[in-house]
Design a protein around this ligand. Structure first.
Ligand SMILES: NC(=O)c1ccc[n+]([C@@H]2O[C@H](COP(=O)([O-])OP(=O)(O)OC[C@H]3O[C@@H](n4cnc5c(N)ncnc54)[C@H](O)[C@@H]3O)[C@@H](O)[C@H]2O)c1
Length: 316
């Protein structure tokens, strides 16, 4: 059995995907799972032959489990994270870390006071496309950075393949909470703080329903503008573009993993990058963190900083 022995709370879409990643990693195993939906819990438990807990507290009481992975909808992250930390378990929490920055502050404080490992699941930074973008951006490819832009355009929200009870709700769903955190985290990772955040949301009349559009901006500490542009309900296939414009070069990460680049006087061209299994790489880093080595882990501090920007973007 590997070093990381996981208990999972929430075995929905991402919970099952990450569970598969843990199960296929030689240094990890999944010991017990819990889901609030008894039918779903029974299905997943039977499919993978993993013990199903009748009560989530059983995971905290299981002395063999050394990491709790929380993959429930955002509204419930705070409650489970706080209980997991108080029971002495290391925690991997799904993004966004919390529902509000006030919750995220409490979670960060609790995590830091225990000395336990705390991480937020941002897999994009372990993918080949992002790693090459980071390498180029840090090695002067852009020249002077002039602008950072995020464009997220959706044919519809929620997407056809992502129908569940919360993904379109104003209090915990919407594409700003669901997709933007990955890119906000990347901006903070590459360039540091974003300040002066201003946002204009397009909201439907139904107060229960999430945003349908956003135009927002912020600034990096050196004054470089950051633009956020999101829209759903469009006559086009989903398209995500994260663009870094410099005076010597431009980099564009498209649809999560495709890297495009141009130098001065050249058109943008796709750059082939080595495909990498981002979850395998992520779990490698978790293993290093468990061994007390330096590891590329996104901590609750970053999760909290992402949440602060999210709150500002979503302020009505
Ligand atoms: N890191 C990523 O790349 C990524 C990708 C997708 C989703 N997510 C995040 O993961 C979380 C879950 O998303 P999802 O798409 O898997 O949602 P989902 O609705 O498919 O799954 C959520 C699961 O949690 C269960 N659940 C709901 N409330 C619960 C509660 N109070 N207690 C216990 N179980 C409960 C549901 O029965 C369901 O099985 C969200 O925070 C989402 O933003 C992250």
């Amino acid at each position: 059995m590997g070093k990381i022995k996981v208990g999972i709370i929430g075995t929905g879409g991402i919970g099952e995907r990450v569970m598969n990643a843990f199960l296929s990693h030689p240094e990890a195993d999944v010991l017990e799972v819990f889901d609030g939906n008894a039918k779903r819990l029974a299905e997943v438990s039977a499919k993978y032959g993993i013990a199903a807990a009748a009560d989530y507290r059983a995971l905290f009481d299981n002395p063999d489990i050394n990491l709790i992975y929380i993959a429930v909808p955002p509204k419930f992250h705070h409650q489970y994270v706080m209980e997991a930390l108080h029971s002495g378990k290391n925690v991997l929490c799904e993004k966004p870390l919390a529902s509000t920055v006030a919750e995220a502050d409490e979670m960060l404080e609790a995590a830091e006071s225990t000395g336990l490992m705390h991480a937020v699941n941002f897999p994009t930074i372990f993918g080949g496309g992002f790693l090459e973008l980071e390498r180029l951006a840090r090695n002067g490819f852009l020249g002077n950075l002039r602008r950072v832009e995020l464009h997220c355009h959706f044919e519809e929200w929620p997407r056809k393949w992502q129908q569940n009870s919360w993904i379109s709700s104003r209090d915990q769903g919407g594409f700003v909470r669901e997709v933007f955190p990955h890119y906000i985290q990347i901006i903070l990772h590459l360039f540091g703080k974003i300040s002066d955040v201003r946002s204009s949301l397009e909201l439907p009349d139904d107060p229960e329903w999430c945003e349908t559009g956003i135009i927002a901006s912020g600034r990096l500490s050196n004054g470089v503008p950051v633009l956020f542009n999101g829209l759903s309900g469009l006559g086009m296939k989903e398209e995500l573009r994260f663009n870094l414009y410099g005076d010597e070069g431009t980099l564009s990460l498209r649809n999560w993993s495709e890297l495009w680049a141009a130098r001065k006087n050249e058109p943008l061209q796709r750059i082939e990058v080595e495909g990498s299994n981002s979850y395998h790489a992520f779990i490698d880093e978790l293993v290093k963190a468990f061994e007390g080595q330096p590891a590329r882990i996104i901590s609750f501090q970053r999760g909290r900083d992402v949440q602060e920007i999210l709150d500002k973007l979503l302020k009505e």
